[in-house]
Design a protein around this ligand. Structure first.
Ligand code: PEP
Ligand code: MN
Length: 355
């Protein structure tokens, strides 16, 4: 349920209304300060609350609306139609991800393999215009015999790459026991597709302060996904980015997954949360990545995640879907054409694309 307050409601009145709502009805009010209006979001047992009663609470109450969706804080209604932005602190400064901001590109290898490769990749993707370096220290692999990531030592390498380039770091948490170590290095904590409904992990990432990148489970409906985001929001962390990375459908012969680009307009109607598209896991083949990345920008994504490896043929994980740095440079040049056409590109044309 949301209580929309009139423009110019005095601060003391906002405080009084919040205080009274929590003492009288035992619900927890959350103040959402929008560009024009302040909305008070109420979550908890609101079934008994009646709209008229709430309207009489203060002459400054403009409207009282019920959020009909099962996801409350994640819904667009909860913010009265205003899209949220996630601000990420990176060594190079704050970067905003959201509908009203330039597109941010996250790039890097699937796994952090060694110091030389992660630093070299970080420098290349930074020069091409990426704002974030991705790289797994803890890898969720289908086979227990496959490379599982270097763990803690890879976190140190990510920290070194952050220091060397100024890029923000995005890396995955698989086990809540590693969360404290991860948040020391990561600027955004990734919850992978396989953990999208690991509710105890969601509560823990929701209880810490770094923004969370929530990948869509490979068999998750959009509602499952938004309910997973709700866990993080309900635990107190408002900074969630949704990442589509392909879902399982009946045809896996040619593409690893089916990248659901239709989720972009769907999510825009349902949620205020920012959107990222990952065409690398979404297709499983580097040859298909550029077309889907271009389409994602045209369809309105707020950010992209692209796997880049200095020598994909030798990669310890996801080589077939990784671009080499030259191909990534070229792709960034192409993305700029669409990005500028939709007015959301502030990355200078990379030198490689100009020749
Ligand atoms: C990854 O980003 O490397 C990864 C494992 O992604 P997903 O959880 O989408 O499979
Ligand atoms: Mn990968």
């Amino acid at each position: 349920m949301i209580v929309v307050m009139r423009v110019g409601t005095p601060e003391a009145e906002l405080e009084r209304v919040c205080e009274e709502l929590s003492t009288t009805f035992g619900v927890s009010p959350e103040r959402i300060v929008g560009k024009h209006k302040t909305v008070i979001g109420l979550v908890g047992d609101t079934a008994e609350l009646d709209n008229m009663q709430l309207k009489e609470f203060s002459p400054w109450v403009e409207q009282v609306l019920r959020v009909e969706q099962p996801f409350k804080k994640a819904s667009l209604e909860y913010r009265n139609g205003e899209y949220s932005e996630v601000w990420v602190n990176t060594p190079d400064g704050k970067v905003a991800i959201g509908k009203h901001h330039p597109i941010s590109v996250v790039a890097g290898p699937c796994s952090v393999e060694n110091e030389e490769m992660i630093i070299a990749t970080a420098k290349r993707v930074k020069a091409a215009g990426a704002k974030f370096l991705r790289g797994g220290a803890y890898k969720p692999r289908t086979s227990p015999y496959a490379f599982q990531g270097h763990g803690e030592s890879a976190l140190d390498l990510l920290a070194a790459a952050r220091e060397a380039t100024g890029l923000g770091i995005i890396t995955e948490v698989m086990d809540a026991a590693d969360l404290d170590k991860i948040v020391e290095v990561a600027d955004v904590v990734q919850v992978g597709a396989r953990n999208m409904q690991n509710f105890s992990l969601l509560k823990k990432v929701g209880a810490q302060e770094k923004p969370v990148l929530l990948k869509r489970g490979m068999a998750a409906t959009i509602e499952d996904w938004l309910m997973a985001a709700e866990y993080i929001l309900a635990a107190g962390n408002p900074n969630v980015i949704l990442c589509e990375r392909g879902i399982r459908t009946f045809d896996r012969q040619y593409a690893r997954n089916t990248l659901d680009l239709a989720c972009i307009p769907v999510l825009r109607q349902l949620t205020h949360l920012p959107i990222m598209i990952d065409p690398s896991h979404g297709t499983g083949k580097w040859e298909y990545v550029p077309a889907m990345a271009l389409a994602a920008i045209a369809a309105g994504t707020d950010s992209l995640m692209i796997e880049v490896h200095p020598a994909p043929a030798k990669a310890l994980s996801d080589g077939p879907q990784s671009l080499n740095p030259e191909k990534f440079d070229r792709l960034m040049g192409e993305l700029g054409v669409i990005g500028r056409a939709v007015g959301r590109w502030e990355i200078p044309q990379p030198a490689a694309a100009l020749v």
